[in-house]
Design a protein around this ligand. Sequence first.
Ligand code: GDP
Ligand code: MG
Length: 259
Amino acid sequence: MVLEVADEHLQFTEHDVVILVIGLTGAGKSTFVNEILGAERMQIGRGSKPCTKQVDCAIINPETIQYLHSSSSLRGRRIVIVDTPGFDNDDDLSDRDISLQIATWLETSYASKKKSNISAGIIYLHDISQSRYFAESKRTLAFVRALSGNSAHRVVLGMTKWGRTSSEEEKRNESELVNEHWQAMTTQGSQVCKFDGSRESALKVMDILLHQEVDGGDAIWAGIARIRKVYETNEAISRIDRWDRFLSWLRNLGRRLFA
Ligand SMILES: Nc1nc2c(ncn2[C@@H]2O[C@H](COP(=O)(O)OP(=O)(O)O)[C@@H](O)[C@H]2O)c(=O)[nH]1
Ligand SMILES: [Mg+2]
């Protein structure tokens, strides 16, 4: 059912549905993508070593997935599922590098195509057994918010890795996420769900995005431009030369796209 093993230079075609999977290293992004694909296509991390250092994707024909409730409405469209590196990937890949990598990948895949009729959504994954809420999680979510812009309804917040700690602790962590860290997103329309590690569960999570009325891919472009704002408000980051170059590249991109 994976139609094509795409490389970095995949080009989106009109009517593609692009699903980005984003989260910290070890949250279970690659595991999730493999469950969707029904194949060990993405490399899984062992121990504390992250595996995914590059944006990677696979193309799915939705009609071949029998559990997918949205299959019929997606006839003739491709789903491009995109696995991304965690923002805490390792010492020499900073948040900026990861943001740049994801934005560049999107731009390269999108650039030569018409903007209409591509729809996009983000699945943000979070390890429920993690009892501390790390600064990295905050930054990753800030990136997700910047990218999705005003389309919080195109973001699904998924909790992973159930059963690794006591159910009391899971409940505590879940309520902290829902009532505190994720509240701004859910108020604007993001949905919260659980991924239990099974294929059916992964497809259900993806179905939340596919079910919705598909809005244009323009949201992603607006989002890339918005990332700039997130970092511009951070002085330390905006002083870095390479980031400045990234910002001017983003501005050019924005001028080209919104002209
Ligand atoms: N128990 C449990 N382990 C998981 C789950 N998802 C991922 N893992 C494990 O967590 C580790 C990191 O997973 P990986 O998919 O590479 O995370 P990524 O860095 O977000 O891509 C691997 O050892 C997985 O087997 C899950 O839902 N439940
Ligand atoms: Mg991974």
